[in-house]
Design a protein around this ligand. Structure first.
Ligand SMILES: Nc1nc2c(ncn2[C@@H]2O[C@H](COP(=O)(O)OP(=O)(O)OP(=O)(O)O)[C@@H](O)[C@H]2O)c(=O)[nH]1
Ligand SMILES: [Mg+2]
Length: 267
């Protein structure tokens, strides 16, 4: 059994920075994780790159040879990855052992986890290789000061969740930049009714019905919950990692068992 995090989220939400902070955190804690770069356009890395999509295909070559722009080029690269799951990726993964923990640093183009099936097939492939996978969706806390942005962030996360069908953890990044923590706290685990009335206040009356459906949808998937991440604080990184580890049952056989709960024990 292997373990994997698929780090996704809009462009610039802090995915690569998260990966490198996680790497440092684990290194200091004596824990081994491997980071794979899945962004064919990435150039600089703050973490040791264990696997790299650019060894398979580079965006620069694709743009040059096929005359594609950056986004079309990226989609082409990812589709090429998809076609090479069985050979290239399988071979790469063969270098890792049971119990290895791999973190995939994805590109930020939102299409990749909403419109095209690349990441879904990638995840299916990992599952078929016995990996427990968690989608880690990062959203920039700077965009969370406003209910309408919050809802659109939730929708993007939800579409990734529905498409990938793996455990899913939402994280609010760049908490060090948040000056008024109160504004954000109301978004971390908000009351659906409070969200709805705020949304209604912001929008013209004809949207009331749509607003209600949106909030119900978000609530039904019980995903209106974000973990704040402040990379300056080890405790914050540790907490977020522990939540993800629980989601993929990492370390279950060790001492974590006590913390697991069996719904049947609950009555
Ligand atoms: N202050 C602060 N800045 C951050 C943090 N995380 C990332 N940044 C900055 O945000 C910018 C984008 O960060 P990246 O980690 O490259 O974001 P990304 O999601 O990998 O971006 P793409 O790969 O282009 O989608 C960079 O300038 C980072 O330095 C954080 O926790 N705090
Ligand atoms: Mg990145």
């Amino acid at each position: 059994m292997g373990y994997a995090q698929l780090v996704i989220g809009p462009a610039g939400s802090g995915k690569s920075t998260y990966c490198s902070s996680l790497y440092k955190h684990c290194e200091a804690a004596g824990r081994t994780i491997h980071i794979m770069n899945l962004d064919p356009a990435a150039e600089n890395f703050d973490y040791p790159v264990a696997m790299d999509i650019r060894e398979l295909i580079s965006l620069e070559d694709v743009m040059e040879e096929l005359g594609l722009g950056p986004n079309g080029g990226l989609v082409y690269c990812m589709e090429h990855l998809e076609e090479n799951l069985d050979d290239w990726l399988t071979e790469e993964l063969d270098n890792y052992l049971d119990d290895d923990y791999i973190v995939f640093d994805c590109p930020g183009q939102i299409e990749l986890f909403s419109h095209v099936p690349v990441l879904r097939n990638f995840v299916e492939h990992l599952k078929s290789k016995n990996f427990n996978v968690c989608a880690v969706y990062l959203l920039d806390s700077q965009f969370m000061t406003d209910i309408t942005k919050f809802i659109s962030g939730c929708m993007a996360s939800l579409s990734a969740m529905v498409q990938l069908e793996v455990p899913h953890v939402n994280i609010l990044t760049k908490m060090d930049l948040v000056s008024n923590k109160k504004n954000i706290e109301s978004f971390l685990d908000p009351e659906p009714q409070a969200l709805l009335s705020e949304l209604n206040q912001r929008m013209a009356p004809q949207f009331a019905k749509l607003n209600k459906s949106l909030i119900e949808l978000v609530d039904d998937y019980s995903m209106v919950s974000f973990l704040p991440l402040d990379l300056r604080k080890e405790s914050s990184i540790r907490y977020v990692l522990a939540q993800i580890d629980t989601a993929i049952q990492y370390g279950e056989d060790a001492d974590v068992k006590v913390k697991d709960f069996d719904p049947e024990d609950d009555d």
